[in-house]
Design a protein around this ligand. Structure first.
Ligand SMILES: [Zn+2]
Ligand SMILES: [Zn+2]
Length: 178
């Protein structure tokens, strides 16, 4: 999604576009998630002299794996992020705005900037460390591996968890995602 910031008119302009998976170069990042379908992008530009404020709203669906029951599930996202581009030579900076919201400031030397990597980062960062298929996911039985969301097993009432190979594995997985 290339935008020529110099040619952008002063004032407000909204661009609505659909980005395909290929446009985002996201394949290398897809380890803990899968991006399903296209990404619906609305970019609002507000140009004032040589500063361009960009508010990006991205809508997309991710397929995630629940960290408790290991089931894959789909979730819709609507993420919003603001960026500031300034004409100049300085390096990329990160500023804190007054509202204490993260604002990313980039300095542009070239006339054209590519917003795709920014949108890709928004998607990658929206993936939770420990995805849950639902808030109260009951997880898997550490003894027999039964999915407690779907079935019951004889181990459900146990107060102390016996240590088994599977529970060790689940503990290890928990640590990995902390
Ligand atoms: Zn789950
Ligand atoms: Zn069980």
């Amino acid at each position: 999604m290339r935008i020529n910031l110099k040619e952008l008119p002063q004032g407000k302009k909204v661009i609505h576009t659909i980005l395909k998976k290929e446009d985002l170069n996201i394949a290398d990042y897809e380890k803990e998630f899968v991006l399903l379908g296209d990404v619906d992008v609305e970019a609002m530009f507000i140009k004032s002299k040589s500063t361009v404020n960009i508010k990006i709203t991205a809508k997309y669906t991710l397929r995630l794996q629940c960290s408790r029951c290991l089931t894959w599930f789909d979730r819709e996202y609507r993420e919003q992020e603001s960026f500031v581009f300034k004409e100049g030579k300085e390096k990329i900076q990160k500023e804190k705005s007054l509202s204490d919201e993260d604002i990313y400031t980039y300095f542009y030397m070239t006339e054209e900037v590519d917003l795709s990597p920014l949108i890709r980062d928004m998607i990658v960062l929206s993936v939770p460390m420990k995805p849950l298929c639902k808030e109260d996911c009951k997880g898997l039985c550490p003894v027999c591996g039964a999915n407690w969301n779907e079935e019951t097993c004889e181990h459900m009432g146990m107060t102390t968890k016996p240590t088994t190979k599977l529970s060790k594995l689940l503990e290890f997985k928990d640590k990995l995602y902390k």
